[in-house]
Design a protein around this ligand. Structure first.
Ligand code: ATP
Length: 298
């Protein structure tokens, strides 16, 4: 389990992370979100022991972060940190040895991962000869070769096609099942919605929203209604509590202030020819934009 308690980080006078606390249990996928410059990378660097915090503590399974613990942390980022002149095998052996594995153990695990990612044929090829997506897979293998207790994934799907995204997702779920604590960071909210039960949103180093995705969505008052049929847009816009109405492909999407407005919209259109009327919770994307926007306005 990872426990981040009241960490604060200044770069000179610039406060990059402000009294941040969160916990990621074993087998949990935790979403760490934030706008550009919010403090995510700084937080990851502190968790990995690459940067000292000014205040606060970070514990992995009860132990403060030091060299013995950082071996247990895997990190995947969109910036590739591979040595491009090495072959895939040489690269993974290099990282595996750094993490204290024997060459024999590494070779065994490497073969399993290459098979899983369907890139066995690239084992003896130089990294620079691999496509971007396959380099990303190699980076992932390097990060997880020693079954880390904590895995940090920072935009892990950048540059991957949908089939490779799916393979990587399955690999992440497997690690989750084995009890790995996972921190997932992405600007693509649909990935967060799919993966993370719990999340935290940072703005300028401060936590503006934290909790279970399910609760966050339930507590967010604004909802969307999807309507298909022959309706009068202007008529709907006159209903108090209706924020906007837009046509999206075949459906109209009506944004409303809260669930009390549903009934009023339904009454207004019930005499029209309607084939669909579905009330949905706001997407995480909408909630993120609203929360981050509010914080910038303060
Ligand atoms: P992004 O999503 O754009 O990658 P981020 O959430 O990872 O952003 P950080 O890179 O942690 O944000 O930056 C947080 C703040 O700290 C920003 O104001 C940034 O300018 C500042 N910062 C980051 N690294 C340094 C550094 N090495 N020296 C000085 N200031 C820094």
């Amino acid at each position: 389990m990872l426990k981040v308690e009241h960490i604060t980080k200044y770069y000179g006078k610039n406060l990059a992370v402000d009294d941040l606390s969160f916990t990621v249990k074993s087998g949990e996928i935790f979403g760490l979100l934030g706008s550009n410059g919010a403090g995510k990378t700084t937080t990851f660097r502190m968790i990995m022991g690459l940067l000292d915090s000014n205040q606060g503590t970070i514990l992995l399974d009860g132990k403060k972060i030091d060299y013995s613990v950082t071996d247990q942390i895997g990190f995947v980022t969109e910036e590739r940190s591979l040595m491009t002149k090495m072959t895939v095998k040489e690269q993974i052996i290099y990282y595996g040895r750094l993490k204290g594995l024997t060459e024999e153990e590494i070779q065994k695990k490497l073969d399993i991962w290459l098979e899983k990612f369907k890139i066995t044929e690239y084992k003896d090829r130089k990294i620079k000869e691999l496509s971007k997506g396959n380099q990303q897979k190699v980076q992932f293998i390097a990060a997880v070769i020693n079954n880390p207790k904590l895995l940090i994934l920072d935009e892990p799907f950048t540059g991957l096609d949908p089939i490779n995204v799916e393979q990587l997702k399955q690999a992440i779920y497997e690690l989750q099942k084995k009890g790995c604590s996972i921190i997932f960071s992405s600007h693509q909210m649909e990935h967060i919605e799919q993966f993370c039960e719990k999340l935290l949103i940072l703005v300028k180093g401060k936590t503006v929203l934290e909790g279970y995705l399910k609760d966050i969505k339930e507590n967010y008052q604004k909802k969307n209604i999807k309507i298909r049929g022959d309706i009068n847009k202007d008529e709907i816009l006159t209903i108090p509590g209706v924020i906007s109405i837009n046509k999206k492909v075949d459906d109209y999407e009506v944004k409303i202030e809260n669930s009390k407005v549903v009934e009023k919209v339904f009454q207004k259109i019930s005499h029209h020819n309607i084939t669909k009327f579905v009330v949905e919770e706001a997407s995480l994307n909408e909630i993120f934009i609203a929360k981050v926007g509010e914080s910038y306005d303060e």
